[in-house]
Ligand binder design. Structure first.
Ligand SMILES: NC(=O)c1ccc[n+]([C@@H]2O[C@H](COP(=O)([O-])OP(=O)(O)OC[C@H]3O[C@@H](n4cnc5c(N)ncnc54)[C@H](O)[C@@H]3O)[C@@H](O)[C@H]2O)c1
Length: 311
């Protein structure tokens, strides 16, 4: 399996490459960047570590890597400023993203290639990619709320001094302001969260607010998110490489799940070698379903403007 990371010279792209190196599953990792020197430098640095990890190859370069790639991960884009919403980024990132889509098409991707969109606003750009690339819609996946979900779990675990790897809680909807915490399914070590020692209902609001603000908090403290988003990308890539059919909160163009259509957002999604294999309308609290639908409406408004702009 070969992955090309477009924007691989940047913080997110290079952290994803390192996470994939540590995972050891992907055979070939190509870093593509307009700053080719930086991409080649990262590839060299990663290659130096390969002896101690796995038989993987690393390359830096341009779109010549696209035709042989099984997965194309797009992380190129401008970062948010600390006080900027992800949707504010859209005007700045859409033109850049459209050029990347044109370059991918011109390079000739495999008909079976999976495109994983990470650049923000990720739900909007996932929809645009699904619309503009001549690929089956299920082969275009957005990172969606996978990063928010792992952040959420990590904060719950920290608060309760619980084991992070046994903490399960979901965020669905938009990767952005209208994201929805799914408290109804939260568990620690298989126990309902509200039965876990130390849990108080007052913690819920605080934990979710901190989760929703996590991206901005990281940007404020260190300039941009890297390590955790790299891990979240690895979660998705591993599911595709292993065809593991795990259920992840990733973004894709919806066609009726929770009554939502013609917008990309995150619902529980079965992910495997051919991309999105199914979405699952699991039973949620009514206010959670309402929240996901509200995400859909908010995203649809922005999409109306964006789709006019991109034609
Ligand atoms: N979906 C998520 O959960 C999530 C999380 C964090 C960041 N992001 C997004 O990821 C994007 C990248 O963030 P970052 O911190 O890595 O930024 P960065 O500035 O560190 O890296 C972006 C890279 O893209 C490259 N680039 C720009 N135009 C390009 C093109 N046409 N072709 C190839 N490469 C190109 C730049 O040279 C740069 O190296 C941003 O849009 C950010 O908002 C998404």
């Amino acid at each position: 399996m070969k992955i090309s990371i477009i924007g691989g010279g940047g913080l997110v792209g290079s952290c994803a490459a390192y996470a994939l190196q540590c995972g050891g599953l992907v055979n070939e990792i190509a870093l593509l960047d307009v700053n080719e020197e930086l991409a080649v430098g990262h590839a060299l640095d990663l290659r130096h570590g390969s002896t101690s990890v796995a038989n993987q190859t690393f390359a830096g370069g341009g779109y010549e890597h696209i035709p042989s790639s099984d997965i194309i991960c797009i992380t190129a884009g401008l970062r948010r400023k600390p006080d900027e919403s992800r949707l504010d980024l859209i005007n700045r990132n859409t033109d850049l993203f459209m050029q990347i889509l044109r370059d991918i098409k011109a390079a000739g991707p495999k008909p079976s290639a999976i495109v994983l969109v990470v650049s923000n606003p990720v739900d909007i750009l996932t929809y645009v990619a699904a619309d503009k690339l001549d690929l089956p819609v299920g082969q275009v996946v957005g990172l969606g709320t996978q990063l928010d979900t792992i952040r959420f779990c990590s904060l719950i675990a920290e608060q309760l001094q619980a084991p992070p790897a046994q903490t399960r809680a979901l965020i669905l909807g938009e990767h952005g302001e209208s994201m929805v915490p799914i408290w109804s399914s939260a568990t620690i070590a298989g126990l309902p969260l509200d039965k876990y020692p130390g849990w108080t209902p007052a913690m819920a609001g605080e934990l979710f607010t901190r989760t929703r603000g996590s991206g901005a908090e990281v940007i404020k403290r260190k300039g941009g998110a890297g390590f955790a988003v790299g891990i979240a990308i690895r979660d998705c890539v591993d599911a595709i490489v292993l065809d593991s059919q795990v259920v992840l909160p990733v973004s894709s163009v919806q066609s009726g799940c929770y009554g939502i259509r013609d917008v990309a957002l995150s619902v529980p999604t079965v992910l495997g070698r051919t991309g999105v294999q199914a979405t699952m309308e699991i039973d949620l609290w009514p206010k959670e379903v309402q929240g996901i639908r509200a995400s859909g409406s908010a995203l649809r408004k922005t999409l109306d403007t964006v789709m006019q702009r991109v034609g």
